[in-house]
Design a protein around this ligand. Structure first.
Ligand code: SF4
Length: 375
């Protein structure tokens, strides 16, 4: 008789810690737990020729393994792939176990950009994801699952947390995912990039982790008022103070901070902004990433001309700021954050109860994990 180890936790919002607890409840000793986590995070087969679970795992764990594998596979099911014409970027849409969807992007050179929330509460006025508000937090296991699924498609050596959501608003789950990715999943710590609009909790927590990721700060303007209008629900911190806090973290980890700047014609591509950036960053160990806007429907914002964009990058360079012109990932497949999801939802029939009709694990999200929530 196999002892009952209790129910498998619901996969919607599942955390890595809950997964580990489940394994222990099933009789896993540390080496069994380590092996399950390693096989999962490296997307390796569960039943390879020299590692049949029955040969190694306790009987209770072995018995529950098929259900556990099902749960892990249902965390993020690949629903849509949109390759870019240059074959470098590829946008992925994942269905979560409760029918919600999130986007990830395969990037050049083994990178993957993952989502940390369904929707986002910051409401950046140039971002499609910001329009929906926050729908729910992703559990750390759901964040890791996007990397696992990406590993089934190609090798992954770098993970950036720049997809849907503001990582600072789901800090415990994002940090738990970073810890697992930087240890068991063997991603180099500086190849994990925590992206944020800036939040005091981030600057306090990041230095405390055993895995300390690189930092990307979404700045977008050096003018407090303009920044507040572009990022309406970001913490009201003066851009100079934000840069000071980010630079302090960069010094702790000995790695340059990346500043993200979505370039919008006539809004933040001005000479005044060039002066502002020079004042804040000239001579500092930092990289300014200039990302021409990927326009979204029904928005007044436009992408600046190539000449203007190149002028800005060149001027910053000449004045002591390491500026790089970035293409939005997979731009030619409407690569703006949240656009693939928005298009898919608009064409997808809805299941009874209002959920998108996708296949997957049908576990209901526990209270507090789903539905609208403030960050
Ligand atoms: S740009 Fe990022 S922080 Fe801003 S609304 Fe979109 S997902 Fe949220």
């Amino acid at each position: 008789m196999i002892p009952d180890a209790g129910p498998t936790p619901s996969p919607a919002g599942l955390r890595v810690g809950e997964l580990r607890e489940r394994l222990r409840a099933l009789g896993a000793r540390p080496l069994h737990e380590a092996r399950v986590m390693r096989l999962w995070t490296h997307a390796q087969p569960w039943d390879g020729p020299r590692r049949h679970p029955a040969d190694h795992f306790p009987r209770t764990l072995d018995h529950a393994l098929p259900e556990l594998i099902q749960t892990l596979a249902g965390l993020a099911r690949l629903q849509v792939r949109e390759p870019s014409s240059d074959d470098e970027g590829e946008r992925l849409l994942f269905a979560l176990s409760d029918g919600q969807t999130v986007e990830s992007v395969l990037l050049a050179r083994g990178g993957v950009c993952v989502s940390t929330q369904v929707g986002c509460a910051v409401g950046c006025t140039f971002c499609m994801t910001g329009r929906s508000g926050l729908l729910r937090q992703l559990g750390s296991a759901e964040i890791v699952a996007q990397v696992v699924e990406a590993r089934r498609l190609r090798p992954v050596r770098k993970v950036v947390f720049m997809g849907m959501g503001e990582p600072a608003h789901n800090l415990d789950n994002v940090l738990e995912a970073i810890d697992l990715l930087g240890t068991v999943a063997m991603i180099g710590h500086r190849n994990l990039v925590f992206s944020t609009v800036g939040d005091p909790r981030v600057f306090e927590r990041l230095p405390q982790g055993r895995v300390r990721p690189a930092l990307a700060l979404s700045l977008h303007s050096t003018r407090a008022e303009l920044r507040a209008s572009l990022l309406p629900r970001a913490p009201r911190i003066d851009p100079a103070d934000l840069v000071a806090a980010a630079q302090a973290y960069g010094r702790i980890i000995g790695y340059p901070v990346q500043y993200q700047w979505t370039l919008i014609e006539g809004v933040n591509d001005t000479d005044q902004e060039i002066e502002g950036i020079v004042n804040l960053l000239a001579g500092h160990y930092a990289v300014m990433n200039l990302i021409p806007l990927n326009a979204i429907p029904d928005s007044p914002y436009r992408r600046p001309s190539w000449e203007r964009t190149a002028h800005m990058a060149r001027t910053l360079h000449q004045r002591g700021v390491l500026a790089k012109l970035r293409r939005s990932a997979a731009q030619d497949v409407e690569g703006g954050c949240g656009q693939l999801r928005a298009r898919t939802i608009s064409i997808q029939p809805r299941a009874p109860g209002g959920r998108a009709g996708v296949a997957g694990f049908a576990g209901a999200a526990p209270a507090g994990r789903s539905g609208a929530a403030g960050a």
